[in-house]
Design a protein around this ligand. Structure first.
Ligand SMILES: Cc1cc2nc3c(=O)[nH]c(=O)nc-3n(C[C@H](O)[C@H](O)[C@H](O)COP(=O)(O)OP(=O)(O)OC[C@H]3O[C@@H](n4cnc5c(N)ncnc54)[C@H](O)[C@@H]3O)c2cc1C
Length: 333
């Protein structure tokens, strides 16, 4: 084990010459693993990468800590941890990563290309980075409905989440998954009434959350409904809704949260790796390797993701092992 670790450290030092060749004298940061994303997948990857004797750099992008940070209630299914919020778990993961020596950059990566066996990453701030391997841990982004009025009233009554302090007479939440149920539960503490509009005839959330929802008297679920229009003058005043029988009706509300699922954020590498129709990254074998040599994927961006923070962290850890094997093999040839 020690021999492998030392070999990898020596290879890391040799790598600096490759960097100069790639950039013809320009200076740039060079790392073993460029980890794009700082959610549970990226942080899990960084921690294991250091343990494998590699130099990882995590790019945090616009959402340091990732999506789980928005979970203000207890995070479910995180092994060994009870009664902790998303922020608390994220703080611990970040502290662990910093403690073992993971590097962090707040840059948002805008481009990745491959040259002579290394990857060149460009960031929104104009900085370039060179990496032997890339782990894509960019998660997924919330989707919008795309119906009339949504863009007009976005931020004026239509949103992904509520402000922390505001109080409301009625909040409408659209969706039927974990995100929608969580949002409805949270909105219940800030509103006199919460209406959850679910397209199908059941909810696809954690059973515990569904029980909590049904025990909250001022949350009403309307199944088989879809919103067809957001209406108002300067801000949201009402939603036009159609039921499964095709009948339209109006709900007066000044606040509506859209929670209809998310799209994997794979655009950055879509020109290099194979993606499924929904945009998720395909991993053809039982590892985190994508179809492009040297690029690995982890977490919610992956095809077949369980959409959970603990599976994302585990994916990231697996990606670190896979990347370490890849680097070893690279220099053994
Ligand atoms: C309301 C809610 C409640 C949830 N509750 C639970 C729960 O109780 N238990 C549970 O296990 N899971 C829960 N989840 C799911 C969990 O949050 C996700 O599965 C998990 O965060 C996915 O981790 P990830 O690392 O793959 O992606 P994310 O956490 O989404 O992180 C993506 C990261 O990528 C970065 N990024 C993206 N593009 C770029 C770029 N181009 N350059 C640099 N950085 C970039 C972002 O800034 C971010 O840091 C919940 C989710 C929501 C929304």
């Amino acid at each position: 084990m020690l021999i492998i670790k030392n070999t990898l450290i020596c290879l890391s030092l040799l790598f600096s010459s490759v960097v100069h060749a790639a950039f013809e004298g320009q200076s740039s940061t060079s790392v073993d693993i460029a980890i794009i994303g700082s959610g549970p997948a990226g942080l899990g990857c960084g921690i294991v990468a250091v343990k494998k004797g590699l130099r990882p750099l995590i790019f945090t992008g616009g959402a340091p800590g990732g999506t789980i940070i928005y979970k203000s209630a207890e995070v479910k299914n995180w092994p060994g941890v009870k009664n902790k919020t998303g922020k608390e778990i994220t703080d611990e993961l970040q502290e662990h990563a910093r403690h073992v020596g993971v590097g962090f950059s707040s840059d948002y990566i805008t481009d990745i290309s491959s040259h002579d066996g290394v990857f060149i990453l460009k960031s929104a701030s104009g900085t370039s980075f060179v990496a032997k391997t890339v782990v894509v841990a960019t998660g997924s982004s919330a989707q919008r409905l795309g119906v009339p009025g949504e863009s007009t009233f976005w931020g004026k009554g239509v949103a992904f989440r509520l402000g922390r302090e505001e109080r409301y007479k009625r909040v409408v939440v659209i969706g039927s998954g974990d995100d929608a149920v969580e949002k409805a539960l949270r909105a219940a503490s800030q509103a006199e009434e919460v209406i959850l509009l679910a397209r199908g005839n059941s909810l696809k959330a954690h059973p515990e959350s569904i029980v909590e929802l049904s025990n909250t008297p001022h949350i009403n679920v309307h199944y088989g409904t879809s919103v067809t229009e957001f209406q108002g003058t300067t801000s949201l005043e009402a939603l036009k809704v159609r039921d499964s029988a095709g009948l339209s009706f109006k709900i007066d509300a000044s606040m509506c949260l859209v929670a209809i699922g998310s799209k994997p954020q794979s655009d950055l590498v879509a020109h290099l790796v194979m993606c499924a129709a929904d945009g998720s990254i395909i991993m053809p074998d039982r590892s985190q390797a994508t179809t492009y040599k040297g690029i690995f994927a982890a977490g919610d961006v992956c095809e077949g993701s369980y959409g959970q923070s603990f599976t994302a962290a585990a994916d990231g850890m697996r990606a670190a092992y896979d990347a370490a094997h890849y680097i070893q093999a690279l220099h053994a040839t």
